[in-house]
Each structure stands twice: as structure tokens, then as C-alpha cells.
Design a protein around this ligand. Structure first.
Ligand code: GAL
Length: 350
């Protein structure tokens, strides 16, 4: 536990100093898998328990997969579908806070929250704990100090998610593994790239931006950031931003890093419109392993992606919620691993 907290504290310090994809790089701490065993399937004692789920925004490809699997798995474990309420925060913290207040007033047995703003976690935790309701955070990791508070107070609060540094590193490695020869199309000895970021309030965006580039420099490659823009995890924004960058920097762009697959799909549309061909005169990577992207990776239209395991995470979150409901405790941090997806192994992810 202590080791993990040191890692989390370090990560927090890095998040503060790391600004953007054109910035420097820091050391990664190893991911730790603390997933624990699930409760027995189809537990009838869960049938009358109420679960409140808050999703930061329904209009998000990855979180749609996550919440669908979460609901299905909760039902498979014995909860009644009628007792699982899932709310759309519409990417607005005030809206989500109101939804949390309503769940508290209804007296749900457990809350699973994907916060709109990770920085609101302390406020959310305080009111949920005061109401005596156990709380499982998902997908958007609260700050290390916040997680430390749960441990110090032995509160029934935990976080289930993956270490975003690992996903960034894997994106960078996918490009580094191609070799400078292949990627350095303009022959200037550098990897000339653009970065399309998710919501910068989010550690996933911060760490993927930083660690993708760190993996290149760790591999001894020189890098040149041509552009770094915020696409808020959104396909349409990704398309626009990459379209603009292609008009501005043209053939100088060798690699397009997108913090997620939705934006990579948008990027691909603009790359095709510009008459460029991934794998030949430009390279493109995302994160999530959305089905459509895995298909593109297997036929070479996208260079690679990284599996963001929504099944492991949603099951982990439900299992943690069940333990809380059953009066058991959870580790404060429950992690899982990302996996690189390239043309060589894409078939396994279809
Ligand atoms: C990330 C995921 C993105 C987006 C984001 C929302 O983990 O890769 O696609 O869903 O979470 O916070």
C-alpha cells in the first residue's frame, strides 16, 4: 500500500509539472494490479440493493462501452436492473453534483462515480461519506492527496482504473518500434509529431501526452512537437484539429498522437481527406481499442492503439461495490493493465 502511495504522490507531482505534449518527460512508476476476487455470481441478497452510477458524459465512446458492461455485470451479479440508476453528467460538474445529491436523498446502498472534474472529488467524497454511503470512483482518478485521505480515515471509498502512464508509454513504443528510418519521412533526424489531447483536467490526458513522448526520447529518438491541441476526447474535434494541423504543417507531420481512439478516428478522416496514407507517409496512434479502430489497425489504416480494458475496469468497479455492500473493505486503488494493439496482434482484440 505504502509503495503505491509513494508512486501516486510522485505521479501527482509530475502531473503538476507536466503541461503538454511539447514538454519534457519524467520517470514512470510501475502499475500495480490489486484487483480482488469477485463476489459469488447472482447473489440474491443484492436484488433489493440500490446502485447509483454517475457518468461524466454519455456522449463518450469509451464510457458508453464501460457503462453498458457495468450495468450488465451488476445484473449478472444479482442486482435488479430497476435498482441500478445511471445518470448522464453531460460534462457539467454542477449537473453531476445535483445527481449525487439526489442519490444521497434516495438512500442508495452504493455509489459508482466517474467525476466530471477529478478536482471535485474531495467535495463529492465528503458528502457521500457523511451520508454513510460507500463510494467507488472510476475512470478519472482523483488526486493522490485525496486517495490518501480515504486510507487515513479508513473510509469506504476506492478508485478502480488503469495507470495512464502505461498507455502513453505504449503509444510511444509503438512508434519507436517502427524505427527512425521508417518514421522520419523528411529526413531531419527527428520524429515530427502533433499531439491531440483529451480533457487536460484529466490525468489520462496529462500522462498519455507526457509518456508517449517520453517513450520516444527513452528510445534515443529526437522529437519535434509541431502542434499540441485539446480535442476533449471527441471525434469531431479530433477531425477538425488534425485537419487544421495538416493544412498548416503538411508533409512535415510524421506522427499524429491522439490521447484516445475517438479522436484518432477523427484524425483518420482528416488524414484521408488530405490525401495522406497511414503507414506510408504518416503514422497515427490512439488509446482504447474501440472495435472500429482495432479493425483499422489490423488492415493498416491506423498504426496502433492501446487496449483500455473496460471489461476489467467495469467488473472491478462492480466487484468493489459488492464488497462494500456486503460490509467488506477494498484497497484504495484497484488497478489493471493496458495492452498494446498492433497489426501483429489486432486479431486477438476483435
Ligand atoms: C479515457 C478514455 C477516453 C475517455 C476518457 C474519459 O480513459 O481513453 O476515451 O473515455 O477516459 O475520461
Amino acid at each position: 500500500m505504502k509503495k503505491k502511495f509513494l508512486a501516486i504522490l510522485l505521479a501527482g507531482a509530475m502531473a503538476v509539472t507536466c503541461l503538454a505534449g511539447c514538454g519534457g518527460s519524467k520517470d514512470a512508476a510501475p502499475a500495480e494490479d490489486k484487483t480482488e476476487a469477485a463476489a459469488p455470481a447472482g447473489d440474491s441478497a443484492l436484488a433489493d440493493k440500490k446502485v447509483g452510477v454517475c457518468i461524466y458524459q454519455f456522449a463518450d465512446n469509451f464510457m458508453t462501452l464501460f457503462r453498458t458492461e457495468l450495468e450488465d455485470y451488476l445484473v449478472a451479479q444479482g442486482f435488479s436492473k430497476d435498482n441500478i440508476k445511471i445518470m448522464d453528467g453531460a460534462n457539467d460538474q454542477a449537473t453531476q453534483s445535483g445527481q449525487i445529491d439526489n442519490f444521497i436523498a434516495e438512500g442508495v446502498d452504493v455509489l459508482i462515480i466517474n467525476p466530471v472534474n477529478s478536482s471535485s472529488a474531495a467535495t463529492i467524497t465528503d458528502k457521500v461519506v457523511a451520508a454513510g454511503i460507500p463510494l467507488v470512483y472510476i475512470n478519472r482518478e482523483p488526486a493522490p492527496e485525496e486517495e490518501q485521505r480515504w486510507a487515513d480515515n479508513s473510509w469506504n471509498v476506492c478508485y478502480v482504473g488503469c495507470d495512464a502512464r502505461q498507455s502513453g508509454t505504449m503509444q510511444g513504443e509503438i512508434i519507436a518500434d517502427l524505427g527512425l528510418e521508417k518514421v522520419d519521412l523528411n529526413g531531419n533526424g527527428k520524429i515530427d509529431y502533433i499531439m491531440i489531447e483529451g480533457d487536460p483536467e484529466n490525468v489520462d490526458a496529462q500522462f498519455r501526452t507526457e509518456f508517449s513522448i517520453k517513450a520516444l526520447t527513452d528510445a534515443g529518438l529526437e522529437v519535434n512537437c509541431l502542434d499540441d491541441q485539446v480535442g476533449m476526447w471527441d471525434q469531431v474535434k479530433g477531425q477538425e484539429l488534425v485537419g487544421n494541423a495538416l493544412s498548416k504543417f503538411g508533409n512535415d507531420i510524421e506522427v499524429v498522437f491522439c490521447n484516445n481512439d475517438a479522436m484518432a478516428l477523427g484524425a483518420l478522416q482528416s488524414i484521408q481527406t488530405a490525401g495522406r496514407t497511414v503507414g506510408t507517409d504518416i503514422f497515427l496512434v490512439g488509446v482504447d481499442a474501440l472495435a472500429e479502430v482495432v479493425e483499422h489497425v489490423s488492415n493498416g489504416a491506423i498504426t496502433g492503439t492501446v487496449l483500455n480494458d473496460h471489461i476489467a475496469q467495469s467488473h472491478g468497479a462492480a466487484d468493489a461495490a459488492i464488497k462494500f455492500v456486503n460490509g467488506e473493505t477494498n484497497e484504495v486503488y484497484i488497478g489493471c493493465d493496458y495492452v498494446k494493439v498492433t497489426p501483429e496482434n489486432a486479431a486477438e482484440f476483435k
